[in-house]
Design a protein around this ligand. Structure first.
Ligand code: PEP
Ligand code: MN
Length: 346
């Protein structure tokens, strides 16, 4: 339920409406205070109860209009914020004019390898580093990451490059540990509906990159993001990383329609991961360019100094010159749609 107050109405009238909502046992939220105060009640309730509450608020001084949300998502929706949300991560802004590029290996394998990658991608114009320390692997016998040691290696690379670090957290119990090191918590495709994990991430002050489940709809992605915002953390980036279809030539099918759709429905920034969608490195530059053309606010790109030796996802990882080439290629596409990408440093 959305309650819009009259423009310029005194604060005392707003306070009375807030108090009346609390008397119903509900916690009102203030969506905006300029140019008029708009309040919201996001709890689900029966139609009869909503009508009862609306009837009692409607005649209160200062109340101009009461309406109901027209979608099942609330806080993530455009109704809540007309302006796009810009997430600040150190010196990086996601959702502004610059397309934020997070790059790095699928998994942190060792210090030397990660530092070499971090230095190279930073030089080529990446705005953030990615890498997995806790890896969700399809087979329990595959390399599952270095754990906390991997987080330490990433934190050192942040010191060296000045770039923020993003890494996946697999369980609610590990959120506190991962958040101690990471600038951005990544929630992976397999965990998009791990509601305990979403809520634990929502309790932190760390930006979250939420990946779309490989078999999840756009609506389900938005409702998963809603779990994080409902816990008070508004810094969520929605990530399209490909979905399962009948097609087997690619690892997943990159659903580029998700980009304009998510931006239409939500104020949250949208990031595209062409690496996990394609599964083949030779497709990554074209899909990255298409994502930028479609309006993506950021990209997630797997990069490895020696992809054929990588302990995970080597087939889809760009090598260091390949990443630099992709970045050069993106500049023109970005400028055609009024965006920029960070330039390489000599
Ligand atoms: C990853 O980013 O390495 C990863 C495991 O991604 P996803 O959750 O999209 O498979
Ligand atoms: Mn990977």
């Amino acid at each position: 339920m959305v309650i819009a107050m009259r423009k310029g109405c005194p604060k005392s009238q707003v306070a009375k409406v807030l108090a009346a909502i609390r008397e119903f046992g509900l916690e009102p939220r203030i969506i905006s205070s300029d140019p008029r105060t708009v309040l919201a009640v996001v709890e689900n309730m029966s139609r009869a109860r909503a009508e009862e509450i609306a009837d009692s608020l409607r005649d209160m001084a200062g109340v101009e209009e009461i309406s109901s949300f027209d979608q099942s998502w609330k806080l993530v929706g455009r109704y809540f914020r007309g302006e796009p949300t810009v997430i600040e991560i150190g010196g990086l802004r996601v959702g502004g004019p610059e397309v934020a590029v997070f790059a790095g290996p699928c998994a942190v394998e060792n210090r030397e390898n990660f530092q070499e990658t971090a230095r190279a991608v930073a030089k080529a114009g990446a705005g953030g580093l990615r890498g997995g320390a806790f890896k969700p692997r399809t087979s329990p016998y595959s390399f599952r990451g270095l754990g906390e040691e991997g987080l330490k290696i990433m934190a050192e690379a942040r010191e060296i490059t000045g770039l923020p670090i993003m890494t996946e957290v697999l369980t609610a119990n590990e959120v506190e540990l991962v958040a101690r090191y990471a600038d951005v918590l990544q929630i992976g495709t397999r965990n998009m509906q791990n509601f305990a994990l979403l809520e634990a991430a929502g309790e932190t002050d760390r930006p979250v990159l939420l990946k779309r489940g490989m078999m999840a709809t756009i609506k389900e992605l938005l409702l998963s993001a809603e779990y994080i915002l409902a816990r008070g953390n508004w810094q969520v980036m929605l990530c399209e990383r490909g979905i399962r279809t009948f097609e087997t030539e690619t690892r997943n099918t990159l659903d580029l329609s998700a980009v304009p759709l998510l931006k239409q429905y939500s104020h949250l920034p949208v990031v595209v991961d062409p690496s996990h969608a394609a599964g083949k490195r030779e497709l990554v530059p074209a899909l990255a360019a298409a994502a930028v053309a479609a309006g993506a606010d950021g990209l997630l790109i797997e990069v490895h100094p020696n992809p054929d030796q990588a302990l995970s996802d080597g087939r889809q990882s760009l090598d260091l010159p390949g990443f630099a080439g992709m970045m050069r290629n993106l500049a023109g596409v970005a400028s055609a749609v009024g965006r920029t990408v960070r330039e390489a440093t000599p």
